[in-house]
Design a protein around this ligand. Structure first.
Ligand code: ZN
Length: 353
């Protein structure tokens, strides 16, 4: 049996939108990105014996600022306290007016106004402990990346909150900082054995398109981004994720989107995944980052796909067949009663159990 470390920051429980109702008529009227997700994933992995838990190291903010807009990071860090001071009330802080122009030319003075310039939806509330959770989450991804860089065949970052919807200068979709992108950029800055900088492939298997990851690397040729997800004509995040989004500038040809129809089953999923992985293989990466969303599972409250336990085993095995040193970063997955068995099945497949 192979064996792997997983990195876990207990501070994730400080960010728990459990009691919060989402406004409007959205079919999914509660925040399902809750703390118990992280506990379920952790407990299932510990019980499986496949992986040993490690505390993340602290890489500071430099690797985050290498990817994200400094002003957004500062705002996220200070939002809760600033809101309390300005409004004289406790959070959560959720902006409700969004800057839809390229970037506001003049900055409003209020925290609501400023946050709305860096936010694209109402699904990422900021609580008193949110920044601590966000910081721990991104350090978790960096720690797993460092473990792989130092020679581990694979490492898992149990990130909460998730990250793949966060752009360099936009947050939303339960995400604040893009954990996978920060880890991938950190790896891409390291030198390969031959002296040149490493090439990194990111495979995003979350049910939703990884719009933030796509945007961050869209003009780069050193990081290949591949995402298999529900068709944005029908599904969140709606404005990104079409097949003709293939990169720009130097990055043309280094972004691969494979949208699937709502309700896709295992057969349709693998008919899309396997050719996409062949493209990843052709990129000849030095390192692989997997954005692992388990919200492709049957009955996920945010999804419509119909993958079951065996499909996650098969997905893990298919990704392991790329034979690359791999950082697995947790993204979505909200069906609590199968989250544990599906993460274990994925790693059983990945580790060749
Ligand atoms: Zn998702």
């Amino acid at each position: 049996m192979q064996w792997m470390d997983f990195y876990y920051a207990p501070a994730h429980i400080l960010h728990d939108p459990q009691e919060l109702q989402r406004p409007g008529t959205h079919s999914q009227n509660y925040y399902c990105e809750v703390a118990v997700r992280g506990l379920a994933l952790r407990d299932a992995l510990l019980a499986s014996g496949l992986a040993a838990r490690q505390a993340p190291l602290d890489f500071g903010l430099d690797p985050v600022l290498a990817v994200h807009d400094a002003r957004m990071v500062q705002l996220l860090q200070a939002a809760y306290e600033r809101f309390a001071a300005e409004a004289g009330a406790a959070g959560p802080v959720i902006p409700d007016t969004f800057s839809v122009q390229e970037r506001p030319r003049r900055w409003p003075r209020t925290i609501y106004g400023q946050l709305g310039g860096y936010c694209f939806d109402r699904s990422s509330p900021i609580f008193a402990g949110t920044w601590q959770a966000v910081y721990g989450s991104v350090q978790t991804a960096l720690s797993a990346a460092a473990a792989v860089q130092e020679g581990a065949a694979a490492a898992y970052a149990l990130c909460r909150p998730p990250g793949h919807h966060a752009h360099a200068d936009l947050y939303g979709g339960f995400c604040y900082l893009n954990n996978a992108a920060v880890a991938a950029h950190w790896l891409a800055q390291r030198a390969a054995a031959c002296g040149r900088q490493q090439r990194v492939a990111i495979v995003d298997v979350d049910y939703h398109h990884g719009n933030g990851t796509q945007a961050i690397f869209y003009e780069r040729a050193d990081v290949f981004v591949c995402s298999i997800h529900a068709d944005p004509y029908d599904e969140y995040p709606y404005y990104w994720g079409h097949a003709d989004e293939t990169g720009a500038g130097a990055g043309v040809g280094f972004n691969l989107n494979v949208p699937l129809p709502l309700g896709a089953d295992e057969e349709m999923y693998f008919a899309a995944l396997l050719p996409a992985l062949e493209k990843v293989n052709q990129f000849q990466a030095d390192r692989l980052v997997i954005s692992l969303g388990l919200d492709t599972c049957l009955g996920d409250p945010t999804g419509t796909f119909r993958l079951q336990r065996d499909a996650f085993w098969r997905m893990g095995a298919a990704l392991a067949a790329l034979r690359l040193p791999t950082v697995v970063v947790q993204e979505g997955g909200y069906r609590l009663d199968t989250l544990g068995e599906n993460i274990v099945a994925f790693f059983q497949g990945f580790l060749g159990e």
